[in-house]
Ligand binder design. Sequence first.
Ligand SMILES: [Zn+2]
Length: 339
Amino acid sequence: MADPDLRDRFLSTLKGKAVDKVPALSVTQTGTMELMKKCGAAWPEAHFDAKKMAALALSAHTFSGLEAIRYPFCLTVLSEAMGCRINQGRHDIQPSPESHPFAKEPEKLEFPPDLIERGRIPMILDVTSILREEAGEGMPLITGMEGPASLLSRLIGTYNFLTWALRKPETLKECLEITGAVCSGYAQVLYEVGVDAVCIVDGIAGPDMFDPKDFEVFMRPEYEKLCGSVKGMKLIHICGNSTPILKSVSECGFQGISIEEKVTDLQAAKKLVGSKTKLIGNLSSSGVMLNGTCEDIKEEAQKCLEDGIDILAPGCGIAPKTPIKNLRALIEARDDYYR
Ligand SMILES: [Zn+2]
């Protein structure tokens, strides 16, 4: 049974209430090869089987001590439900979309009335019930999903997504309204079955890929609608250096923004997002979390905590080869900070 304080601490943090310590967890993917061995549920099966997905997700808490359960481990559930063919990946590679069904005929893209019956969406709802039962009421459940931009980039292709901002802005806007509605519809159903927070992952909307001016025109209205229409906690992960859009993202109404280590000035970032939006991160997933020693991790974590990070976490999806001891070091670093 989970520490009964974990869910309280997580939700209180996001609501801006005082907590005894900063939560240490991951809002991005948590499946690692060592965890797969320990719990007997491995990729690729754990992406497609409810019991295996629940077992691997739970193991990140049981064996590594992460203070939330976060699933699934890929960003293809909505893409598949909207018609992408999915490559299942391997034991160390996540599933990926293999087709872009609306690249040639974007006008055919529409909101499917049977959305929640499509693809693996019913399975994710089952995983939620299994995890609530097995992990208990005190455990935060976080579901990751494609955001409106990453979902659309899969449906029409990345190149189209990035170039239509200039060449076909009206089409891009109309398509984003639909993928935004799909994200909202799915998020709403997740809350109804007991998920505590959704984390939309929209790497392609970040300044490394998408012009911040275009972000204002195309993404901000969709995020505002999503945050305004969906109950519960809404988190967003943006890859790369998201500093130029942090203020704007925080104004959309997300309770938390997950940032990478490329956001180097955490104190400045905190000023940009204000007190209503919490910052989550930002130890390098491909750097110190994967390859560092426990001491390196503690040093980085200490810096994040001193600079006022609200939730201590890896800055992006945890790399599958990350050792369990490095995940544990994250929790220990947080505990040391309060000693
Ligand atoms: Zn990222």
